[in-house]
Ligand binder design. Sequence first.
Ligand SMILES: [Zn+2]
Length: 323
Amino acid sequence: MTSAIVRISPNQFQRKLHLAQSRQTLGVLGRVCYTAVTMQRYKTLLLALLAGLCTVQLAAEVVDGYDNDKPFPAHKVIGNIYFVGTEGLGSFLITTQEGHILINSDYEQTVPMIRASVEKLGFRFADVKILLGSHAHADHMEGDALIKKLTGARVMALEQDVPLLQKLRPRGEPHPIDRVLHDGDEVKLGGVTLVAHLTPGHTRGCTTWTMKVQDGGKSYDVVILGSIGLQRNPNNLGYILVNSKEYPQIVDDYVRSFKVLRSLPCDVFLAAHGRFYLLKDKYAKLGKGGPNPFIDHAGYLAHLDLQEKAFKARLEEQKAAAK
Ligand SMILES: [Zn+2]
């Protein structure tokens, strides 16, 4: 883990404090995703804001060599699907003649990078008509209100994530939700149909999106995985599997989600974090004359295997500890 002393503005402080505390909680191996803010954090933040500019020790938000804050080249993935996220955060633009669908607004601070990527690809940010998300954690959906303000897009989310989304309030504004979706619902625009699959565990409403894409005269099944990951640090209270008071059905949900994910046809594997689908390795192969590197059914199954193994190991650990 790298760290540095930096000076930041009060505006940046809330998010940076979030990162620093998340790091502390997760440990070096900690997997990402940060949830609602504690009262203690607000107290600390208030003190910090009163003090004006502050100096804090930060850890960069880098997991497995993927930096959530680092810009990454916008690129066409396949057909009408484009990558517009950062090195660590997966955001996808699906273009149509009637406007575009964006999946994942990321942190509010990421929004200008997403916008720049959309425009670099030659599309208008204002043409984003529908905004979807992977799950109700700040690194994927904190920027919803800002993107809605900039584009007027309709924000849609699965019902099970709504309570958590309502806690994502950068600048204190309510989280916009224009349409509440249910498992299996379709989102349609300009001839594109996305299907919302409830894949809970990581959050109660964690959403995996699927669609079909045409490219080079062929049709491909696309899976945009919402996350099936756990956080590895056993001290992290967010993902207690055994006897969880906050989320009693978490184990059943994970088991069900692995089953659902394995049942989805998948040619093109994309996800809420680039590291899940090895974005950097695949991007390096683009335009080198070989097959499209994002067509990777085996990589999808390998990722599910990896995460399921981690889930089972963690479950056994916690069962043993509970005896
Ligand atoms: Zn998450």
